[in-house]
Design a protein around this ligand. Structure first.
Ligand code: SAM
Length: 272
């Protein structure tokens, strides 16, 4: 299978969920890891709603950012959000399929090729990492950030949630994708011919009592809920059981001792 399948859909709720996570949690820490100088030319692979593309663009006032996105709906919302923020011209959002990217004269000219939460949705992630290596100049940076779903920890354990999470992870391999792609990022850089130079991860967890916890734990529920149809269609979980586990999860979210750990794997390579 060479197509990519994005099971979470592009509904307003899903888009709002990703926006909240971007603004509050992910973008500030992702930017810190990137440590941009301010003059880089950046190509963002699978730019989605474009919040992080815009965050990078703000950090490179002497540079520029191009976001490549396949979904027309995501692109339309990305442009609408950019316009609403008075940043309509900050990022050039282009419609394109990163699995079949023809950069023409721009190949080999970028300083940074970046992708976040895209490789996990692709049956052939190496093809994209090779395209990223091809996009940057010699010495240019290739940044891969993605999930390793196995790192989720919840305590006290909400009844049934780990079973449901495992069912959710199975939806990835059923369609040829890798729910554990995070642990493969350095290997992908190596296989694509880049020199790996960095491996770390970005924590996004928290506990009851932290302001962020509501957004964080709601996001976790959103990840599973938006995959409900796919999980049920693949007979990985029973509908009644699914709804009961989610109900129990809501009870857990309100506990004064609820704690959640998750992290995004982050790796950097250089084009030789
Ligand atoms: C989870 S979103 C991540 C968006 C953004 N990178 C971020 O971190 O917020 C993944 C995006 O990749 C896009 N996508 C999936 N397959 C793609 C492909 N083959 N070419 C371009 N975009 C793709 C999806 O439409 C979706 O908008």
């Amino acid at each position: 299978m060479s197509e990519s399948t994005y099971i979470h859909g592009t509904s307003e709720d899903e888009q709002a969920r990703l926006s909240r996570m971007n603004d509050v949690l992910l973008n500030p820490s992702s930017l810190r890891e990137l440590a941009l100088r301010g003059d880089e030319r950046i190509l963002d692979f699978g730019s989605g709603l474009g919040q992080f593309s815009r965050a990078m663009a703000r950090a490179v006032p002497q540079g520029m950012v191009i976001g490549i996105e396949r979904s027309g709906e995501q692109l339309a919302t990305a442009r609408r959000l950019a316009a609403a923020a008075g940043e309509a011209n900050l990022v050039e959002f282009r419609q394109g399929d990163v699995l079949n990217l023809d950069l023409g004269d721009e190949a080999g000219t970028f300083d940074v090729a970046h992708t976040r939460f895209l490789l996990e949705h692709l049956p052939d992630p190496l093809r994209v990492v090779r395209a990223m290596v091809n996009a940057v100049r010699p010495g240019g940076r290739i940044i891969l950030a993605d999930d390793d779903h196995d790192v989720l920890r919840l305590w006290p354990e909400p009844p049934g949630m780990y079973d449901l999470w495992r069912a959710y992870m199975r939806t990835y391999d059923r369609i040829g994708n890798d729910p554990y792609i995070g642990r493969r990022l350095v290997q992908l850089l190596h296989e694509a011919g880049a020199q790996p130079v960095r491996n770390t991860w970005i924590f996004f967890g928290g506990c009851a009592g932290m302001e962020i916890f509501d957004t964080l734990s709601r996001n976790m529920a959103g990840v599973v809920r938006t995959a409900r149809e796919t999980i049920l269609e693949m007979s990985l979980f029973d509908a009644t059981h699914f709804d009961e586990v989610m109900r129990q999860y809501e009870v857990w979210r309100a506990r004064p001792d609820a704690a959640l750990w998750f992290a995004m794997a982050y790796a950097e390579g250089r084009r030789c």
